[in-house]
Design a protein. Structure first.
Length: 268
């Protein structure tokens, strides 16, 4: 059974469609990267799955149910979202941020119980954020904040995790740290993961299935070796791109732009 199913989904923001007739399915336990240039509709697609937006046509199903017709509390028990930006206007500690993930499980005006505290502690332990508990969230580094946000999502105890550019503005070691964590959660907890990723090389290394959006449509869907080919990427990004294939069939292909500038040697 598909954990996520889109059939002929179209959506636009009072103008040309951002998504036009997109159909795809993601089975329980898959780890999938969502690719495409800026404005391709990656964030919009995630918002449609999360029930934040309603498709103009077509259908979105999560565990067989339309998100927009599912009570918000029930939906929040099924889907956890790590947004691209998370603004915290107050001096909340890291633990207080993670505790927000238990909100869907609390009764109206109810207080957290032993099960909620255990869920928060497990989420912080898994994400290695326990030592950050009393630190102010806004004072943490980018990588630390990202891990706390993932801990908050885990505290929801859902089966579907949506991430919007989880490695944005992180240095290379922190990028690997976050994607290693996401891969581990997918493998050990069987979380269904759909992540919008900007970096094609990171996507190829950490995800077995890539979905490529371009000009409001699904352009490609397959393994890194199938999707990341020079002809497709040159069409999407409108420039010369070289793809270095795997030499042993196990490592990921490497995507590189082809330099167009030719330095002229100066005469002495």
């Amino acid at each position: 059974m598909a954990a996520i199913r889109l059939r002929g989904v179209s959506f636009g923001y009072n103008g040309p469609p951002v998504l036009d007739g997109v159909s795809l399915g993601i089975t329980q336990g898959e780890r999938v990267a969502l690719l495409g240039p800026n404005g391709a509709g990656k964030t919009t697609l995630l918002k449609l799955i999360a029930g934040v937006l309603t498709p103009a046509s077509g259908s979105v199903l999560v565990d067989g149910n339309p998100p927009r017709r599912t009570p918000r509390w029930d939906l929040a028990r099924r889907i956890a979202v790590v947004p691209q930006e998370f603004v915290v206007p107050f001096a909340f500690t890291a633990r207080e941020i993670v505790e927000l993930g238990r909100t869907p499980h609390l009764r109206l005006l109810g207080s957290a119980g032993a099960a909620d505290r255990r869920a928060v502690e497990r989420a912080m332990e898994v994400t290695d954020t326990t030592q950050l508990s009393v630190r102010i969230f806004n004072e943490l580094s980018g990588g630390e904040r990202q891990r706390v946000m993932i801990a908050m999502a885990l505290a929801q105890e859902t089966e579907v995790l949506l991430l919007d550019e989880p490695t944005q503005q992180l240095d290379i070691s922190r990028q690997a740290e976050i994607l290693d964590l996401i891969a581990e959660l997918n493998c050990c907890r069987r979380l269904t993961v759909l992540a919008a990723i900007h970096d094609l090389n990171l996507a190829a290394r950490y995800f077995k299935r890539l979905i490529f959006l371009h000009r409001a449509s699904l352009l490609a869907d397959g393994t890194p070796a199938e999707v990341l080919c020079s002809d497709l990427l040159q069409k999407v990004y409108n420039g010369p791109i070289e793809v270095l294939p795997s030499h042993n069939g196990r490592s990921a292909p490497i995507v590189l732009p082809v330099p167009q500038f030719r330095e002229v040697e100066r005469k002495s």
